[in-house]
Design a binder for this molecule. Structure first.
Ligand SMILES: NC(=O)c1ccc[n+]([C@@H]2O[C@H](COP(=O)([O-])OP(=O)(O)OC[C@H]3O[C@@H](n4cnc5c(N)ncnc54)[C@H](OP(=O)(O)O)[C@@H]3O)[C@@H](O)[C@H]2O)c1
Length: 247
């Protein structure tokens, strides 16, 4: 690691496991102090804290349901208090709800919107009050924002493509302040949300060009690059890291 994030203060939402935990660990290895939120899995959050301490950095774990507007706003405020500011926000927390259109309930529709979209806006709105010029906002969207190669993904794809419009608009608001905002759009990544040995894994592999899943560390390496000092001209973009699924 080249420690390109030394002195930076980071908040990662949904950092207790999966892609978020890998991002937390990687950014800590790059020299940043990290706060992260989680929903309910205390033991996983403890492991993530440990990984930050092993990298020699400060860790703050915040239990905050992204579906609760006040909880996500308070998580940003708590991060600023504990770390002394905020330079990098990674909106990673998300849920995958997959069902054919006839089977989607109103509660599922509202919940995916609240967590995958509304919380991203609210965290960003609160974070920018504290962010200096040069700050970075990175949303973990999905290749399904642009391509949905199977049935049952309508509300997930809808939630992720909402982020496409969001970063285009926000890039214009935030550009004059020197803050960039982008979506990282992964293809299938082996996590609990999308297990590599799951029911749909053969189909998922078959729609990529490389016939395989990614691992959280590959996504985290890309996020570390985007969070770094050399990417100030990238903003308002949807960046695929999807093994060619969108090709
Ligand atoms: N895996 C894939 O194939 C894939 C592909 C493209 C995009 N993505 C996106 O990548 C992001 C991370 O996915 P993942 O695969 O790492 O998921 P995951 O393994 O299910 O992990 C989800 C993480 O988010 C947290 N979380 C879930 N609901 C939350 C809530 N309501 N409030 C706060 N935190 C919450 C969880 O906390 P707890 O541990 O406390 O439950 C956990 O830390 C998501 O936005 C997802 O849509 C994933």
């Amino acid at each position: 690691m080249n420690q390109s994030l030394q002195g930076k203060r980071v908040l990662v939402t949904g950092g207790s496991r999966g892609i978020g935990a890998a991002i937390v660990q990687r950014l800590a290895l790059e020299g940043a102090d990290i706060a992260f939120t989680y929903h309910s899995r205390e033991a996983d959050a403890e492991k993530t804290i440990q990984s930050v301490h092993e990298a020699g950095q400060k860790a703050v774990a915040i239990r905050a349901d992204s579906a609760d507007p006040q909880a996500i706003i308070s998580a940003v405020q708590h991060t600023v208090q504990e770390l002394g500011g905020l330079d990098i926000l990674v909106n990673n927390a998300g849920i995958g709800t997959f069902a054919l259109v006839d089977d989607v309930s109103l509660a599922e529709l509202d919940r995916i919107w609240a967590i995958n979209v509304r919380a991203v806006f609210l965290a960003t709105q609160e974070a920018i009050k504290h962010m200096p010029s040069g700050s970075r906002i990175i949303n973990i969207s999905s290749c399904n924002a642009e391509r949905m190669p199977f049935a049952g993904g309508s509300i997930y794809a809808m939630s992720k493509s909402a982020l496409t419009g969001l970063v285009k608009g926000l890039s214009r608001d935030l550009g004059p302040r020197g803050i960039t905002i982008n979506n990282v759009q992964p293809g299938p990544v082996a996590t609990e949300m999308n297990p590599e040995d799951g029911e749909f894994s053969d189909m998922m592999k078959s729609v990529t060009a490389v016939s395989r899943y990614s691992v959280p560390e590959e996504i985290a390496a890309f996020v570390a690059y985007l969070a770094g000092p050399e990417t100030g001209f990238i903003t308002g973009a949807g960046l695929n890291i999807d093994g060619g699924l969108s090709a």
